[in-house]
Design a protein around this ligand. Sequence first.
Ligand code: E4P
Length: 217
Amino acid sequence: MKFFVDTAEIKEIKELNDLGLLDGVTTNPSLILKSGRNIAEVTKEICDIVEGPVSAEVAATEYSEMMKEAAVLARIAPNICIKLPLTFDGLKACKALTSDGHKTNVTLCFSATQALLAAKAGATFISPFIGRLDDTGIDGLELIRDIRHIYDNYGYETEILAASIRTVNHVKDAALIGADVCTVPPATLKALVKHPLTDKGLEQFIADWAKTGQKIA
Ligand code: E4P
């Protein structure tokens, strides 16, 4: 499974990239707002740090405006992935951009039929939002399961990018179901390594090693 980080915070992106754990980055208008940065500047910085796809989202809702914004975003760097909303205008733009050789990420997916449309539009990634569905009392992971099943039925190559991840278990379950990618907030990505028995075991090994009086190097 590929790991993307869901943030526009440069410090967090650098730190995770240095660990060799990052396959890409996703941003959205709310994350750009949170960063307090200019979209073109911060996205360029992210693209310089991470080799993999960096999703940058259009703000327009009408097809021709989306295409103009997509052209501006695509010029930022070769690893830009154009993020488009799951509307008919977004799907039309997805089809056109994919045909032009751009990577695309269709976002705000809340149903399996929406995901089917995105695959038909040739999306590189589909972003189903797990956490936001959970918030409404609907099981977000069930959507990932349904999309996996439908894409496998027809051999669609669109990658399932599990989004709106809130917990370590979301990551585990998305991996069990077979999502291709998870985009994870930095804190949750860091929490994946945590286990109390790892900490306890390491403490014991350090103490016992000191008692041996040995050195390895
Ligand atoms: C995905 O690309 C979105 O940026 C993100 O995962 C949304 O997550 P949220 O529901 O926590 O805002």
